[in-house]
Design a protein around this ligand. Structure first.
Ligand SMILES: C[S@@+](CC[C@H](N)C(=O)[O-])C[C@H]1O[C@@H](n2cnc3c(N)ncnc32)[C@H](O)[C@@H]1O
Length: 233
């Protein structure tokens, strides 16, 4: 499989997998990540899992076309429920909503507890996902941002352990990204600030009884975001 199929985002995820680790790619779709990891020689075994038959059919075709049936096992079903405890060392969940990823993690505590690392790339709801991780025995060991096709993708790496909980703004932006002043952070913050400014404008026109309280909360959030943006400049 050519490197062009494995885009920048998937290559960035692959970097967080150590040689020889057994991975479960949850929501594998085409199975590009496990195929790439095995073909590159980094790993020899992966479980490629998906809840829908169509993507799993595509994954099966890619596995067979690349003669990797002995290395990549396909699993059909919901999240980590397709795994037995201890079967995988690392779980990847990429390209799904943050809420879906959170649900996948919270639905399977017995499997989750046997994983040493989570490689997550949520499409939104990052704050809730980080909050869930920190409140459930995981620490955020690294975070990354990838710019591709006009979109900034967030990558969150978690390992078992404990870490303090942060305020809503830090949870939304990412504590490790702020610490390392990630070069794409100003762009991400610009987008978030624009989103909240629009929401403030919308609420100012609202006549709903709870609009004032919501507006106050949003303005505080916005001003904290602007503070973080100032520090990350
Ligand atoms: C947009 S694709 C992402 C594919 C790949 N992980 C990537 O990042 O390029 C999302 C995939 O997740 C699968 N999916 C959604 N919810 C799931 C769940 N609860 N368990 C397993 N797979 C799920 C979908 O069927 C779909 O194939």
């Amino acid at each position: 499989m050519g490197k062009e199929v494995v885009n920048k985002r998937l290559l960035a995820l692959a970097e967080y997998i150590l040689p020889g680790e057994i991975i479960a790619d949850i929501g594998t779709d085409h199975a590009y990540l496990p195929v790439y990891l095995v073909q590159s020689g980094k790993i020899t075994r992966a479980l490629a899992c998906d809840i829908h038959e169509k993507p799993l059919d595509v994954a099966r075709k890619n596995v067979i076309d690349n003669k990797l049936e002995a290395n990549i096992e396909l699993r059909f079903g919901d999240g980590l429920k397709t795994l037995k405890p201890g079967e995988a060392e690392v779980a990847v969940a990429a390209g799904m909503g943050g809420g879906t990823i959170k649900k996948i993690l919270e639905d399977s505590p017995r499997v989750l507890n046997t994983l040493k690392r989570l490689i997550l790339q949520p499409m939104g709801d990052e704050a809730d996902l980080r909050r869930w991780l920190l409140c459930n025995g995981w620490r955020l060991v690294d975070e990354n941002l990838i710019f591709e096709n006009g979109h900034i993708y967030t990558i969150i790496i978690a390992e078992q352990g404990s870490e303090q909980l942060y305020d809503d703004v830090v949870l939304e932006v990412g504590p490790r990204l702020i610490e390392k002043k990630h070069p794409l952070l100003p762009e991400l913050l610009k987008k978030l600030i624009k989103k909240y400014k629009l929401a403030v404008r919308g609420l100012m026109k609202s006549s709903r009884p709870d609009a004032r309280i919501k507006l106050e909360r949003l303005r505080k959030h916005l001003s904290r975001l602007e503070e973080v943006a100032e520090k990350c400049r």
